[in-house]
Design a protein around this ligand. Structure first.
Ligand SMILES: [Zn+2]
Length: 527
């Protein structure tokens, strides 16, 4: 090899080995972001408004719109551009409960702690009766219609206590709240398979298009079961919460009917597994408790209630300002709590990110856009609406002729726990970039990068179209054990320091991604 050529090769090698190491990190900018985010934070105040005042925020309901209008006002106050509420395509309907109660009035009086499931209709006034115990396990979230047939003709006017298998109740010998241990994080960081056997948070083997098909099949089965209960003339259904300690876990995945014209489920309540079991034990002794209950609900069909929320800090580079770095969190909630941890915390953190960036007065080459999504809890309706309009077709994974140029999409939706790192979603090409950008936060315990796919929230929709899309690794705290979709999804379970750190880490990360010369690299192929 000639000397000149050898030197050239060494030079090339030098460039390629140092280009990652040269990922630019602006420590002065980070210190400004920290001062604003740690010393003048507004994140808890924002969370209090979103949860205490505007929570809960069920998709496509007036409560949701009121909350969205408040958030829009805040983003405008921060000085963002293009702040808007964008209605979704499609005929969605919202729901609310106006009033409800269940009481046992015989053999002795006791109030029963309950919440109704969204998408259920009102009772026919006040109903009194003894419970009819119907034992029938749900399979894969829905029951087999055939097994219901044996109750044909027996359910008219009944208050059905539907025993779907009750979670055993026992004292808590283990802590309900946890943080990831160093060992857990180290193991996750060393994973090589995006779908490993052991994972930190839920992993799905299916891509989002396969998931959507599966959901619609499940919804069709639920509809047949609901129709059966209506045809049989059932008065109300009561089920046991699948959480213990009196916590009510209330969502509607077995009766998910959020579209105009869909069936309205029979009045359905969730009560504590302890009270549910007591009534079953009374019945087994031949004692028939008498229950009194009522439920008054409303449905809403106006398009104005189903909106995504957007705001931007426009990029200043002529060539790059049409490229975006997006941050997203779903804004909608279930109804038993106030939606503080799912996903008020994520929404408040991202609003705080935009406030910090704007207050510090940072100019970025690319545009930074916040998206607060509608209808994630149903089937990612808000983010799907956006991706279909701007990026490409989800079912085929085919991009639009001219898709929006999104450098990266960062999602937050795993409760209020501290960010510990990022799920890479199998995109190994960003590992060194994120390692450099998170390094300044190593002292806060942030920095794990795992190749794991995490499923179950809006980033999967972007990932389907090969937009580099990520969800943060967050400490679980008591999200899966206490607050997730429960009556205890409230302000108290958000930890102030965790949310402050989350806002600062994300603000720094998106600033740096928006300042890079190139967009984030994409995966070679998507599932
Ligand atoms: Zn969520």
């Amino acid at each position: 090899m000639k000397l000149g050529r050898l030197l050239f090769c060494i030079f090339l090698g030098f460039i390629s080995t140092t280009s990652f190491a040269q990922e630019k990190v602006d420590h002065l900018v980070i210190s400004r972001i920290k001062e604003e985010g740690f010393q003048r934070s507004q994140v808890m105040e924002t969370l209090s408004w979103l949860s205490d005042i505007y929570g809960p925020r069920l998709f496509a309901s007036p409560d949701y719109l009121k909350a969205a209008e408040w958030a829009k006002g805040q983003l405008e106050k921060y000085g963002l551009q293009n702040v808007r509420l964008d209605p979704l395509d499609g005929d969605f309907r919202g729901w609310s409960a106006e009033s409800f109660s269940i009481e046992m009035i015989e053999p002795k009086y006791t109030p029963i702690f309950a919440f109704p499931k969204p998408y259920t209709s009102s009772t026919d006034g006040e109903i009194t009766g003894d419970p009819f115990i119907m034992k029938l396990m749900l399979k894969n979230g829905v029951s087999v219609l055939d097994s219901l047939q044996k109750f044909h003709g027996k359910l008219k006017g009944k208050i059905i206590f539907w025993d779907r298998g009750i979670k055993p109740v026992a004292p808590n010998f283990k802590a309900t709240a946890t943080r990831f241990t160093d060992e857990q994080l180290m193991k996750a960081g060393q994973q090589i398979d995006p779908i490993p056997k052991e994972y930190l948070t839920r992993v799905s083997k299916k891509n989002v298009a396969e998931g959507i098909t599966e959901w619609s099949e499940k919804d069709m089965k639920s509809e047949k079961i609901t129709q059966f209960l209506i045809d049989e003339g059932v008065s109300a259904v009561v089920i046991a919460s699948n959480f213990t300690n009196g916590v009510l876990h209330v969502d509607s995945y077995d009766i998910l009917f959020p579209r105009v014209g869909q069936i309205k489920a029979v009045p359905t309540f969730v009560i504590s597994s302890e009270q549910f079991s007591r009534i079953i034990r009374m019945k087994s002794k031949g004692i028939n408790p008498v229950l009194k209950l009522h439920l008054n609900t409303s449905f809403y069909e106006e398009k104005k209630y189903a909106v995504n929320i957007f705001g931007e800090i426009r990029g200043t580079d002529k060539r790059l300002s049409n490229e975006t770095v997006m941050i997203g969190a779903h804004f909608d909630t279930w109804t038993a709590g106030t939606g503080a941890t799912d996903n008020g915390a994520g929404s408040a953190v991202l609003m705080e990110v935009m406030r910090i960036l704007k207050t510090v007065g940072l100019k970025t080459k690319r545009t930074i856009r916040i998206a607060l999504w509608a209808g994630e809890e149903q089937h990612y309706y808000g983010s799907r609406d956006y991706v279909e309009k701007k990026v490409g077709e989800i079912s085929s994974g085919k991009p639009k002729a001219v898709p929006e140029r999104i450098s990266g999409y960062f999602n937050i939706d795993n409760g209020s726990g501290k960010i510990r790192g990022i799920y890479l979603q199998g995109n190994e090409s960003v590992r060194q970039i994120f390692a450099a950008l998170l390094e300044p936060f190593a002292y806060l315990g942030v920095g794990t990068l795992t190749t794991q796919n995490i499923s179950g929230t809006d980033h999967v929709v972007f990932d389907r179209l090969n937009v580099p899309a990520f969800q943060f690794i967050q400490d679980p705290l008591n999200y899966w054990s206490v607050t997730h979709h429960t009556n205890l999804d409230v302000y108290e379970y958000a930890i102030e320091d965790d949310l402050k750190k989350n806002a600062v880490v994300i603000a720094s990360l998106v600033y740096h991604v928006a300042m890079r010369d190139e967009m984030l690299p994409r995966k070679k192929s998507v599932r």
